[in-house]
Design a protein around this ligand. Structure first.
Ligand SMILES: [Zn+2]
Length: 223
């Protein structure tokens, strides 16, 4: 496409190739642009969603949406929100709000202590666990500048000793938190958001597929 072989094609050039290739059914140009754009350093998730909608490219919705979920909502400019589209921006805002609410709910109340047998001082273990949950988990998740994800914060409590809590109680309590899978809900929230944006981008009715994924996951927990 370019003779120097060094300079990578520009985004406008690749988008033009994609647009013309789709219009004139040119598979070589289409494949070149389709494969080159996602790896381009200037290819933003906002443009990816715009093009996903324009050309009904289902595969581009998920990477763009997941990338945006990791970003703070407040750094998205008005022009970026316009570029990605009002429906994806709404779904993204709602998704991030649901995730925040879920994490606040988890953080607010420490999971119950699973007392090991025999434990000489279950009340002390419970007090120590409640304190550790707030200082070791909740403060990391709710940190205003650099919050950890639920799983990252939970790992802070993995392999540590909590003063005042016996090792057996700590181990069985941490294990029970992981087994309950409180952070899997976040993945389901994100998948639901992706499903809504895929519907917007492609016109496909995909909601059932995501609901089925949720049901399968719930069944796995029940086994
Ligand atoms: Zn104990």
């Amino acid at each position: 496409m370019q003779s120097d072989g060094v300079k990578s094609p520009s985004i406008p050039f690749l988008v033009a190739v994609l647009r013309l290739s789709i219009r004139w059914l040119l598979s070589v140009g289409h494949d070149f642009a389709f494969e080159t754009l996602p790896g381009h350093t200037d290819f933003t998730p906002f443009l990816q969603l715009q093009l996903a909608h324009e050309f009904r490219i289902r595969e581009w919705v998920e990477p763009a949406f997941r990338s945006l979920v990791k970003q703070p909502l407040e750094i998205i400019s008005a022009s970026q929100a316009t570029q990605m589209g009002d429906i994806p921006y709404y779904v993204l805002s709602q998704t991030k709000c649901l995730i925040d609410n879920h994490l606040r709910c988890i953080s607010f109340t420490a999971p119950p202590v699973q007392s090991a047998f025999p434990c000489d001082s279950p009340e002390m273990c419970e007090d120590a666990w409640n304190r550790a949950w707030w200082t070791g988990f909740a403060k990391h998740v709710l940190h205003p500048d650099c919050p950890l994800s639920g799983s990252e914060a939970m790992r802070v409590l993995d392999n540590v000793q909590i003063p005042g809590m016996c090792d057996d109680c700590l181990r069985s309590t941490v294990d029970s938190v992981w087994e309950a899978g409180p952070f899997e809900e976040i993945e389901l929230i994100i998948r639901d958001g992706i499903g809504q944006v895929v519907e917007w981008a492609t016109g496909e009715d995909v909601k059932n597929a995501y609901l089925e994924a949720q049901e399968m996951q719930m069944q796995m927990y029940m086994i």
